[in-house]
Design a protein around this ligand. Structure first.
Ligand code: SF4
Length: 369
């Protein structure tokens, strides 16, 4: 896998998807020496199940561990520290990681209980937990989801779990963006596998999961987050820590420079999570017929970025899904609705892409107003 690539896999079985993407990325070759200590860093910010949109599906870690063990890697550790005020031990138990570690015979480390040392993170002194520094190859397993302060959280912010609680408090007092960027000048991001199964719409604690049914892998954490921001309907300029990390040399912040390689086609349907109230509210603007979950998620993310007056100007319902292939209509999203715009003398419009990103859908919907 190349540094500027993003590999995407769609599906319903996160363990199989994780293993497939690791195979395609050549993860074993990327790691090299079988004796290396490999860290898996999920997002277990709170003790809530992955279906609620906050935490990494344990099946993804399970699929990766199976892949690693099959390839002869035995020194594997899962490490994480929940947010301040919540117990990582509870999260490990409740989110299925305690059972997983026991079953696969891998170590489990609560970084909230770990010692830490300060490091010069390109001009900012930041304490990082010893267990994270002891890892030779770090696999970052973030959830692509909304965040109440930074708007988007993905790979770069997930590394907040490898700093002690006192440092997490300081990050908040500094406004998060700058310290997150600096942290990633030292924190390892050797391979990133993003849980894009059903991350939350706008809140890191979950409650409004958006089913998208995909995982994506990257080697560059900045490019990874820039691409994720676009999928969620944001311009990179709206998420300051991405640009700051790019300026510090962590990676590339222009999602247009990503070479996206899809390993399969988006999947029809896929109710990975029960939609919360906000997602149900936005769904009232949509007429769905056999829509792929990634396409539907892009539309939900785009609608969530529109204010009340913009939503009020939407005429009728927005069509989406394979059931609209070859049909005519007024407003459609995704290549399946291209017939809306193709007919002669049509007044219909269709947002191209299969699936389009949230940012593309948002820009399309705004153009129609
Ligand atoms: S355009 Fe059609 S086939 Fe493509 S992702 Fe959307 S619903 Fe699926």
């Amino acid at each position: 896998m190349e540094k500027n690539e993003i590999l995407v896999v769609y599906g319903e079985n996160p363990a199989e998807m994780a293993s497939e993407i690791a195979e395609e990325a050549g993860l074993a070759e990327l790691i090299g020496d079988k004796k290396k200590r490999i860290g898996l860093k999920p997002n277990l910010v709170v003790a809530r199940p992955a279906e609620e949109g906050a935490t990494t599906h344990p099946e993804i870690a399970a699929g990766l561990i199976d892949y690693l063990q099959k390839n002869g890697f035995t020194n594997i550790v899962i490490l994480e520290g929940s947010w301040v005020g919540d117990s990582t031990e509870d999260a490990f138990r409740y989110c299925g990681y305690e059972a997983l570690a026991k079953q696969k015979k891998v170590e489990l480390i609560d970084t909230q209980l770990d010692k830490a040392k300060p490091y010069d993170c390109k001009g900012m002194r930041i304490e990082i937990c010893d267990s994270a520094r002891a890892v030779d190859f770090m696999i970052n397993l973030p959830v692509m989801k909304g965040h109440c302060q930074t708007l988007v959280t993905c790979a770069l912010k997930n590394n907040k779990g490898i700093i002690p609680d006192r440092e997490k408090r300081r990050f908040h007092s500094l406004g998060l963006h700058k310290p997150i960027a600096h942290l990633n000048t030292v924190a390892r991001n050797d391979f990133i596998l993003v849980d894009g199964i059903c991350g939350d719409l706008d809140f890191e604690e979950g409650g409004n999961p958006v089913s998208a049914g995909r995982l994506f892998a990257a080697l560059d954490p900045v490019l990874c987050d820039a691409w994720a921001a676009e999928q969620m309907g944001y311009a990179v300029s709206e998420i300051p820590y991405i640009g700051l990390a790019e300026k510090l040399g962590v990676g590339i912040g222009d999602p247009k420079k990503a070479i996206v390689r899809e390993l399969n086609q988006p999947l029809k349907g896929g109710g990975f999570a029960k939609p919360g109230g906000k997602v149900r509210q936005l769904a009232q603007y949509i007429e769905e017929a056999e829509a792929c979950s990634a396409c539907y998620a892009a539309l939900i993310f785009a609608l969530s970025r529109m204010d009340r007056s913009e939503l009020g100007r939407i005429q009728g319902k927005i069509a989406i899904g394979q059931g609209f292939r070859g049909k005519k209509g007024a407003l459609g999203v995704g290549r399946c609705t291209q017939g809306f715009a193709a007919a002669i003398h049509t007044t219909g419009a269709s947002c191209p892409g299969c699936p389009p990103s949230g940012a593309e859908v948002l820009s399309f919907l705004r153009q129609q107003q």
